[in-house]
Design a protein around this ligand. Structure first.
Ligand code: TXA
Ligand code: MG
Length: 343
């Protein structure tokens, strides 16, 4: 593990493949202790990078909101080492939620459950529920385990970007987003590029039936197969249900996931603009190809870094041909429709 300072933040570089053998128990224990002392640690996950803090420390969690520039009433996801800790954070867990946890954790899925007394207002945004996730990434899991060993109970971590921006899928992107806002003692852990590339599926498990609040790599079909229940297929922000429950899913705001460039979907690109589409689609003349993924999975994985690349190149517009179909393509189109609304 190489550690170096850059713009005030310390970056711990760990190449994900070699992490377990190369990263000493000592260095991880140090990172865990930093969290316990109220520091912030940006950490890799399989979906996107998160900005972590001790989920039971109100001042540390308050710093997350400050660094992100995020309104304080938006709840955070609490990351835990294993489903054994579910009962510490949540009450009245329905059996279908246990089935989901068993099948898809560690993995790109967040369960929203009735909160226990451990989940305080400062982490739930004052809501009666808590979002929980076991991430599927060696570095994140090793850190969660080291944190548990010193009495830590969970790491609250939103995506490590400024509010409304594109989520980071590399440590470098975290540094770009938050480097100016982190303090000298905060850390960014480098676990390589995130393999999924879009944020976790969020499932509301407070009702009789599971309800998807944000689509992701755990798809409607997968949830229905495991729970043998009908999953409600769309989150209608204008429905009375939604308003009554006062659920706030910040990732469901209309203008989110937005790069600086203006995003256009499924339109003929103009000269000099950026272009993202599946490899099978030819690059129109005069445009700058930012990504040519071979599959929907690869599309999700490279999308956010391609949007960032467009910004690096100073492009004023990026044209995207959206992938069609179900599954992960639904999550991609969900994020793209929001990024097209602009900042
Ligand atoms: O993949 C992910 O979920 C990443 C990685 C870091 O785990 N995290 C992430 O966090 O995307 P964030 O905060 O950027 O988005 C989480 C979304 C927010 O829109 C938040 O409002 C919603 O989850 N959320 C969290 N707790 C909730 C709750 N109790 N009820 C409803 N929505 C909740
Ligand atoms: Mg986010």
């Amino acid at each position: 593990m190489v550690i170096f300072s850059q713009k005030g933040a310390i970056i711990a570089h760990m190449s994900s493949g070699e992490f377990v053998s190369q990263c000493t128990a000592d260095s991880l224990a140090r990172v865990a202790q930093l969290l316990k002392d109220g520091g912030l640690v940006a950490l890799p996950t399989e979906t996107v990078y998160g900005l972590g803090a001790d989920a039971t420390n109100s001042s540390a969690v308050a710093r997350i909101y400050k660094v992100k520039g995020r309104p304080a009433d938006h709840p955070l996801i609490v990351h835990i080492y294993s489903m054994q800790s579910l009962g510490d954070w949540a009450d009245e867990i329905p059996s279908y939620a246990i089935s989901l946890a068993r099948d898809f954790w560690p993995g790109p899925m967040t369960l929203v459950l009735k909160r226990s007394i451990l989940a305080e207002d400062f982490v739930t945004g004052g809501q009666p529920t808590v979002g929980l996730r076991v991430p599927d990434h060696a570095v994140a899991l090793a850190l969660l385990s080291a944190f548990e060993k010193i009495g830590g109970q969970g790491i609250a971590a939103p995506s490590a970007n400024r509010f409304g921006h594109v989520s980071p899928t590399t440590a470098q992107a975290v540094q770009e987003e938050l480097g100016d806002y982190l303090s000298d003692t905060d850390l960014v852990l480098d676990g390589g590029p995130s393999l999924v590339g879009v944020e976790s599926t969020i499932i509301d498990c407070t009702g009789e039936l599971p309800r998807i609040l944000r689509p992701g790599a755990i798809t409607f079909e997968m949830i229905e197969e495991v729970t043998e229940l009908k999953v409600s297929k769309s989150l209608d922000k204008n429905s009375d249900d939604f308003k009554q429950e006062g659920i706030r899913v910040s990732g469901s705001l209309e203008n989110h996931y937005a790069p600086k460039a203006k995003v256009f979907l499924d339109q003929q690109p103009v000269d000099g603009s950026g272009f993202i589409a599946l490899e099978s689609i030819n690059t129109p003349d005069g445009v700058i190809r930012l990504a040519a993924p071979e599959s929907v999975q690869e599309f999700a994985r490279v999308l956010y870094s391609a949007l960032r690349e467009g910004d690096h190149q100073g492009l004023s517009s990026i044209y995207i041909d959206q992938p069609s179909g179900d599954g992960l393509a639904i999550a991609i189109r969900d994020r793209l429709s929001r990024s097209a609304k602009g900042r």
